[in-house]
Design a protein around this ligand. Structure first.
Ligand code: CA
Length: 221
């Protein structure tokens, strides 16, 4: 999942970014409304975490402009206090959800998962591809009856592949999903994670299409 974090408070922004990255979400962080406009115009995000009180352009104006462009990217508004007017204005302007600061990281993660499910139109939380099963809510992965323990990045990579079983996902798309701007990235990082996943899951569930990308599921023969 790739998130845009729009937050001008350095301490809140840094701790949120680091916490989300530890969950292997790709996080891009901008600190004012104009930078948020630019990011939203040039990249696709799975979710936006939007502070309302921002320099240069308010979060509310950023949100209104986004919706006016017909962009339905899910937005969670972060309000500084339990201000009813802020919440109402945010929801009226097209926010999908809101959180009142300070909030627990677990709550934010649960809201993000809910947005992901709604965006994918899925009622079921767990993904199943052949005998592989992945549950984004509990972060449990199994092959058949065998539970498999994955690192956060391995989990994020497998999640990206299992969301679209059989579809070939390019290395660049996977890098986008796993890494935010400015994160150090070895050129072979994705192949290393694929290698580790195959060691843990067996080598017949994640397939390489040379020069194109990877897919999960039964081999295409
Ligand atoms: Ca602020």
């Amino acid at each position: 999942m790739r998130c845009l974090l729009v937050e001008d408070d350095e301490m809140i922004g840094e701790s949120l970014r680091d916490a989300l990255r530890r969950q292997a979400l790709a996080v891009d962080w901008v600190r004012d409304g104009r930078a948020a406009d630019a990011a939203l115009a040039s990249e696709r995000f799975d979710a936006v975490l939007l502070d309302l009180g921002l320099p240069r352009r308010s979060g509310l104006d950023v949100l209104k402009a986004l919706r006016a462009r017909g962009d339905a990217t899910p937005v969670i508004v972060l309000t500084a206090r339990d201000a009813l007017a802020d919440k109402v204005a945010g929801l009226d302007a097209g926010a999908d959800d809101y959180l009142v600061k300070p909030f627990e990281l677990d709550e934010l993660l649960a809201r993000l998962r809910a947005l992901g499910r709604r965006a994918g139109g899925r009622a079921e939380t767990a993904l199943q591809v052949a005998d592989l099963r992945l549950d984004p809510a509990t972060r449990e992965v199994s092959r058949g009856s065998r539970a498999v323990l994955l690192s956060a990045r391995e989990f994020a990579l497998l999640h990206a592949l299992m969301e679209r079983p059989g579809a070939i996902i390019s290395r660049a798309q996977l890098e986008d999903r796993l890494y935010g701007w400015g994160e150090e990235l070895e050129s072979n990082a994705i192949s290393v994670y694929v290698h580790q996943l195959r060691k843990k899951l067996g080598d017949d569930r994640i397939h390489t299409v040379r020069g194109v990308g990877y897919y999960a599921g039964e081999p295409k023969g």
